[in-house]
Design a protein around this ligand. Structure first.
Ligand SMILES: O=[N+]([O-])c1ccc(O[C@@H]2O[C@@H](CO)[C@H](O)[C@H]2O)cc1
Length: 503
């Protein structure tokens, strides 16, 4: 069976916030240390301590925003431990993640420098679970106050006279779990209190973010919206794609079977229901959709790689992860009226990473390539794309075979992102192109595809180019009908350019 779709290029559905392409990097395993920060004295080429290969790869995908320092680590972090001369900073144990030595060499100044080098906005997650109101208030002052004060003087003494711009501030992380095991009523009150002291200084206007629910905890969302919605700009949602209810055995990142392939994608598609239902609760308290939903932790979570430290959450990344990324980003696009930001967990060496490193070597994962291919959607306008996908049937269960979304960028180029989830079969799709600029003389279509022959195809340090994007040309344009043949297990982005006649 084939699928047919209609693209209405003149039916605009609002901005796809570029922040949906956001990232998250925690003091966890080799995410920051080794993965990003190697220090100025490292033999690995670096810019002021940040490794150049990783920096260059991240610059290419135009990261809009980066969340730091956690995660669970955020509610264990005391920012003053990470400022001042590095050699005098506290050495401690990262009790949350594998008992690693935390020397605090990557702190506030290093994070803000990383954001500057990446050209992205900073999203700092403050400590509610084990921190104080004063501590959070002083961190904001240290970062953003331009006048004379104890905090701004300390910042200047540490080498930064000018205040930084900090756009996003999280008031605690997972406070229903690692961030204090709180009840929603209690956290809602703490949120109201802490956010009062997250002040705007000068031109710096902070987007205040409340800790939202875990997965399908609709009760948490209800209470937070009821008790605190007028004090927040956004609220978070965390949802990881795992193989089943069992966190003890989450399946492996490679070497899995077709059942695991199917179940993983089925679980990834669940994001759509979560956003729909949480957004419906938000609508009751915020019908104008002033408050954003920020999915600031999402991605696959498998068993750690054999031989790696279990608490470091290091996992390989295959074409299956590329499909999870493509499907999830398409879902975020479809909900662009509510989803204001999303941050994949995590950027380097942790969970569904875009980049893996080993000593001086680096590789780009299939997930990285999806972010590279999809970056054309950043700050583009979503356009209506309606279709009914054929079913992908496996062991008596059904999911849609194809996931899709479309947008038009500021130059008028249309981009359609298409995922074929089926591990075995092609999917034929006919797209009826409507609403294209009437002055167009013709259309030019081009495409890029990420595909593989094996369900767990992945890149290794020895073979880093096993799964890389290729030009795609399995399509024909017949009048206004674009016929596309999507290979199994593939992520494709089509670009349609309209050649407007010169007057
Ligand atoms: O259900 N679990 O076992 C579980 C365990 C930890 C957990 O923490 C979240 O995931 C961690 C890794 O990204 C972040 O630090 C934290 O916010 C989220 C879920």
């Amino acid at each position: 069976m084939a699928s047919s779709a209609v693209l209405n290029a003149d039916l605009r559905k609002g901005l796809i916030h570029k922040e949906i392409y956001g990232h998250f990097s925690e003091h966890l395993g080799r995410g920051i240390y080794e993965g990003i920060w190697v220090g100025e004295d490292s033999p690995i080429p670096n810019t002021k301590g940040i490794r150049n290969d990783v920096l260059k790869a991240l610059q290419r995908i135009k990261i809009p925003v980066l969340r730091w320092p956690g995660g669970c680590f955020a509610d264990d972090y005391h920012w003053e431990d990470g400022i001042g001369p590095r050699e005098t900073r506290k050495r401690m144990i990262n009790k949350l993640w594998g008992g690693a030595i935390e020397n605090n060499h990557f702190g506030t100044h290093e994070f803000m420098m990383l954001c500057e080098l990446l050209g992205c906005d900073a999203y700092i997650n403050g400590n509610v679970g084990s921190g104080t109101v004063r501590e959070m208030s002083e961190w904001v002052e240290y970062l953003t106050f331009g006048g004379e004060s104890p905090m701004s003087s300390m910042r200047a003494a540490n080498g930064q006279a000018e205040p930084w711009t900090v756009k996003y501030w999280g008031v605690g992380n997972e406070n229903w779990g690692c961030g204090g095991n709180m009840r929603p009523e209690y956290y809602a009150d703490l949120y109201r209190q802490y956010q009062t002291y997250v002040r705007n200084y000068g031109e710096n206007k902070i987007h205040r973010i409340a800790c939202g629910p875990n997965g399908n905890d609709y009760g948490w969302m209800e209470v937070l919206m009821r008790e605190a919605s007028s004090f927040m700009d956004s609220i978070t949602l965390h949802y990881y794609t795992i193989l089943g209810p069992n966190w003890e055995n989450k399946g492996d990142a490679t070497g899995f079977n077709t059942d695991e392939w199917f179940t993983t994608l089925e679980q990834a598609l669940h994001m759509d229901e979560l956003i729909t239902r949480h957004s419906a609760i938000m609508d009751q308290y915020d019908p104008d959709k002033r408050i954003g939903l920020i999915v600031d932790e999402w991605g696959t979570w498998y068993n750690s790689e054999p031989g790696s430290m279990p608490g470091y959450l290091y996992q390989q990344n295959s074409i299956r992860d590329a499909l999870v990324a493509g499907v999830t980003l398409n879902i975020f696009h479809q909900h662009n009226d509510r989803v204001r930001m999303a941050n994949i967990a995590q950027m380097v060496n942790v969970l569904q990473a875009l980049i893996l490193t080993e000593g001086e070597r680096m590789l780009l994962t299939p997930t990285y390539h999806v972010f590279d291919m999809f970056k054309v959607h950043q700050d583009a306008e979503r356009v209506e794309f309606t279709f009914e996908s054929e079913a992908y049937r496996h062991n008596g269960r059904d999911i849609p075979a194809v996931s899709a979304s479309a947008s038009v960028d500021q130059e008028g180029a249309i981009h359609i992102s298409l995922c074929n989830l089926n591990h075995a079969d092609d999917s034929d799709l006919t797209i009826d192109l409507r609403g294209i600029d009437e002055r167009s003389e013709g259309l030019s279509v081009s495409g890029t595809i990420l595909a593989a022959a094996e369900i767990d195809a992945h890149n290794t340090f020895e073979h880093p180019d096993q799964v890389v994007p290729q030009p795609f040309n399995a399509f024909v344009l017949e009048g206004s009908k674009l016929k596309v043949q999507l290979p199994p297990m593939s992520v494709t982005v089509l670009e349609i350019k309209q050649q407007v006649a010169k007057v």
